[in-house]
Write a protein that binds this ligand. Structure first.
Ligand code: SF4
Length: 275
């Protein structure tokens, strides 16, 4: 078995450490392929800003690189690809399979519905591994340092609240890009049936949506946690939140800060990750 990792050069330090430690524990070689550019460098070179609908970063920095490596190192007649999507992402299977033809693709993590991301992280911890920081903090995804252009407004609000420095960095990069290429943005919004760019600077300026739904309750360790789509804060007892869910990091004592205030704006979608 060979572990193949497409490096976007923007991952958290803890993710690189997790990969190295996991590979050592599995006794499998970890092969790293890298284009040498970051996602934003790809946007500049392609003169196209990645967004929730089209992400050239994923195609160029991950899919094409991995495919090139496979064409040299993986005979489709004998090699099988194992893609690590979980039981909650099975809708992606046909597209992934078609995308990797002519290789045979298998999805072993989808075999057991109860094998959730949280359960897998618990297994990893039990084996003495330290999951990436984003996973420890309860985020559903840990790719690209949590700054995925495929995420929606809820994803970026969450970044603003939880990682203001990273948000500010991308906000600045987006402004530079807009200065060169005009009115484009990572985010979009629909108003009066017209889809418009929504720059991160504008998202920051907007007041946080007020929630009339969320009700707070103390969380027990291991309780399934909803992230409020409005503010990115934990909304433990809200039953109507539609944003991505996760569990609190081990040992985290949650206080329900979303009590009676924040909540999901209408039409907000959970982040989508294809890479
Ligand atoms: S995780 Fe998001 S930002 Fe990173 S390469 Fe994939 S689509 Fe692009």
């Amino acid at each position: 078995m060979i572990l193949l990792f497409s490096d976007t050069l923007t991952e958290e330090t803890s993710l690189y450490a997790f990969l190295t430690e996991s590979a050592a524990q599995l006794g499998a070689p970890l092969v790293r392929v890298a284009d040498g550019r970051t996602p934003f460098e790809v946007y500049w070179h392609s003169r196209f800003l990645g967004n929730s609908r089209l992400a050239p970063c994923s195609k160029i920095l991950k899919q094409q690189l991995a495919r090139r490596w496979l064409e040299v190192n993986g005979d489709p007649r004998t090699a099988t690809l194992y893609v690590g999507i979980d039981a909650g992402e099975t809708r992606r299977i046909p597209g992934v399979r078609a995308g990797w033809a002519p290789w045979t693709v298998q999805f072993p993590l989808t075999d057991e519905p109860e094998l959730t991301k949280e359960a897998m992280l618990a297994v990893a911890r039990g084996l003495g591994l330290t999951p990436p920081a984003a996973s420890q903090k309860g985020f559903a995804h840990a790719n690209c340092g949590g700054l995925c252009v495929r995420g929606g407004q809820a994803h970026w609000r969450r970044r603003l609240v939880r990682h203001p420095d990273r948000f500010a960095d991308y906000e600045h990069r987006e402004q530079e890009f807009r200065a060169e290429f005009g009115d484009v943005a990572i985010l979009k919004e629909q108003r009066d049936r017209v889809v418009r760019p929504l720059p991160l600077t504008e998202l920051r300026r907007r007041p946080q949506p007020t929630c009339t739904i969320a009700r707070a309750a103390p969380a027990k360790a291991g309780t399934r946690l909803h992230w409020c789509a409005g503010t990115g804060e934990p909304a433990v007892a809200c039953t109507k939140v539609t944003a991505a869910t996760s569990i609190p990091p081990r040992g985290t004592a949650l206080t329900a800060r979303s009590a009676g205030t924040p909540g999901p704006p209408r039409g907000e979608a959970a982040p989508r990750h294809a890479a």
